[in-house]
Design a protein around this ligand. Structure first.
Ligand code: ASP
Length: 602
């Protein structure tokens, strides 16, 4: 229907007759002559309807409204001297229209496309209009660009793209499953995959050696800005690989994606830190390293302290640690309250964070009087305290102290807007995760990554001896600017070791046979050593696009109640359909309304 896209035309096309098709981005009447900016996916061009070219078309042009769909034929002409638009790539020319077809009229829009809109519900209800807005159109394009770069990179590296079932079985990735009743097998259910984990491992047993999939994953969990009930992973698995091989593959892949998306070269290899270092230094397993504010251990400074709380903590095997929020002594009361709230939520056992401020050459702190001169001096030196700084202390068990200070660190950085103008991409590997963690409530051991993760070769003995807390895993996460982009592990490929792992997790032999029999069986018939990783495509797209919610890079996302406000899913299913699937609902209609736009239901 067209000869060119709107963005293509330049002075060099002057005199050519072209046909364009798209939307009326804007229409202006200049002394009876109509000018429009015509928009298509690629860009904008100005068209002018002069009566002397075609009186009928000029007349019709007076009826044009924003977002009408039109087809324009005309000659490319230089714009009058002085009326060029330098902001537009096509700004030196215009189309002098000789023909106009109004293909489809548009009603008045529910919102303007050239303004940001804070009402997200309204945007979602008319997502097809929202996606016309330049920012969203750019995001969707960017996502496509990086996805195809990922495919190209992995294809070139010898990975096969293989689809695995969506109607599958429960997968132990740690979230709730979405269930689908099976009409043909009454009383039985499929679960939507939380990840294609077992299938990709079985593909390794099948001899595929290198697999990837742009895989949709489903997890029924509470939602937030960087979580959706369905999301997309670049899922990868390889046989006969070491951890270094997997890390290298991911570095190359992310390199290709960032090059394609932003035209930038990211580092060829990313720094690596162990989980333990990450927790000790940043209080997080996905640290943002664009700023310092490292957690500092003060055992040395307070070795001889008589300050009661510190003394008893240190004597009891706990730690005293602090961060120095440089230049943040001017913290407001509101901000301080917020920090205290965050610290308490993270488990701070007292009502407020202990702090020391250094302002106008003076230390200000409720604690200061409890410290000796030597301690004060050592503290100032260890934490590099300077004018305008504020130091936050936490004393207690090591893991808890790190966690609290990690959250305080992140929040201080937000409040100080430390990364506001940063264009840094700080990639990082966190390696040597623990294999197992103990559930606080039940006391049971759970897999930190998932049950298929391989214990570190040096720590298998500890696993056998029941020293679970100290077993490291061959597991790794890739982190960017405080976001976990993905993670993976080298897997267990031996039947006995896998069964041992299930034992530790409290899965008895009958359950093992029922839930994982296929995998344990497969491991009997020549399973190669293998490992892999999964990267969150939505998050990567979000960071490449410079957005702070993955909803901005997903064409049709759900809201925070898991609802699609445009298509009205989830929806009611009528009795007949339920009966066909042998489902009877125990839900009482009166109690809760439909999922609401605002996300609140009773
Ligand atoms: N299946 C894992 C996940 O979704 C990733 C992996 O281990 O490859 O987190």
């Amino acid at each position: 229907m067209r000869t060119h896209h709107c963005n293509e035309l330049r002075e060099s096309h002057t005199g050519e007759t072209v046909t364009l098709a798209g939307w009326v981005n804007s229409a202006r009447d200049h002394g009876g002559v109509i000018f429009i900016d015509l928009r298509d996916r690629e860009g904008l061009v100005q068209c002018v309807f002069r009566p002397e070219e075609n009186a009928e078309a000029a007349k019709l042009s007076h009826t044009l409204r924003e977002e009408d769909v039109v087809r324009v034929t005309g000659k490319v002409a230089r714009r009058l001297e002085g009326s060029e638009n330098e902001k537009l790539p096509t700004g030196a020319i215009e189309i002098v229209a000789s023909d106009l077809v109004i293909i489809n009229k548009a009603d008045v829009l529910p919102f303007q496309l050239d303004k940001e809109l804070s009402n997200e519900d309204l945007r979602m209800k008319h997502r097809y209009l929202d996606l016309r807005r330049p920012r969203m159109a750019r995001n969707i394009r960017l996502r496509s660009t990086i996805t195809s770069a990922a495919r190209r990179h992995l294809d070139d590296a010898g990975f096969f793209e293989i689809e695995t079932p969506i109607l599958s079985n429960p997968t132990p990735e740690g979230a709730r499953d979405f269930l689908v009743p099976s009409r043909l097998n009454p009383g039985r259910f499929y679960a939507l995959p939380q990840a294609p984990q077992q299938y990709k491992q079985l593909l390794m047993v099948a001899g595929i050696e290198r697999y990837y999939q742009i895989a949709r994953c489903f997890r029924d969990e509470d939602l937030r800005a960087d979580r959706q009930p369905e999301f997309t992973q670049i899922d990868i698995e390889g046989s006969f690989v070491t951890q270094d091989d997997v890390l290298g593959t991911v570095e190359g892949l992310l390199g290709a994606m960032f090059k394609a998306g932003l035209g930038i070269d990211i580092p060829v290899t990313f720094p690596r830190i162990t989980y333990r270092e990450a927790m000790d230094t940043y209080g997080s397993d996905k640290p943002d390293t664009r700023y310092g504010m490292h957690i500092t251990d003060l055992a040395g400074v307070f070795a001889a302290t008589e300050f009661k709380i510190f003394r008893s903590t240190l004597d009891g095997g706990g730690v005293v640690r602090a961060i120095n929020a440089k230049g943040f002594a001017g913290i407001t009361t509101g901000q301080m309250n917020r920090l205290n709230e965050i610290a308490i939520q993270a488990g701070l056992p007292v009502k407020s964070l202990a702090f020391v401020k250094y302002e106008n050459g003076e230390y200000k702190s409720p604690l200061w009087k409890f410290f000796t001169d030597a301690e004060k001096e050592a503290l100032a030196a260890t934490l590099d305290i300077a004018e305008g700084d504020i130091v936050f202390f936490v004393a207690g068990p090591r893991d808890s102290v790190c966690d609290i200070l990690g959250r305080v660190r992140t929040e201080c950085a937000n409040m100080m807007e430390l990364t506001k103008d940063s264009d840094a991409f700080n990639f990082l590997w966190v390696v040597d995760f623990p294999l197992l963690a103990q559930d606080d409530e039940t006391g049971r051991w759970v897999a930190v990554h998932h049950p298929f993760t391989r214990p570190h070769a040096d720590d298998v003995g500890k696993l056998m001896d029941g020293d679970y807390a100290d077993v490291r895993a061959e597991a790794y996460d890739v982190v960017l600017n405080g976001y976990e982009l993905g993670g993976g592990s080298i897997r267990i490929h031996e039947k006995d070791l896998q069964a041992k792992m299930f034992d530790v997790l409290g899965i008895n032999p009958e359950e093992q046979a029922e839930q994982f029999g296929h995998l344990l069986d497969a491991f009997r018939f020549g399973a190669p050593p293998h490992g892999g990783v999964a990267l969150g495509l939505d998050r990567i797209a979000m960071l490449v696009a410079g957005e702070d919610s993955i909803r901005e890079v997903i064409a049709f996302p759900k809201n925070n109640k898991g609802a699609d406000l445009m298509a009205h899913s989830p929806c009611k299913i009528d009795f007949k359909q339920l009966r066909e699937a042998y489902i009877q609902s125990t839900y009482k209609e009166a109690k809760a309304p439909e999922p609401s736009a605002s996300g609140h239901t009773g």
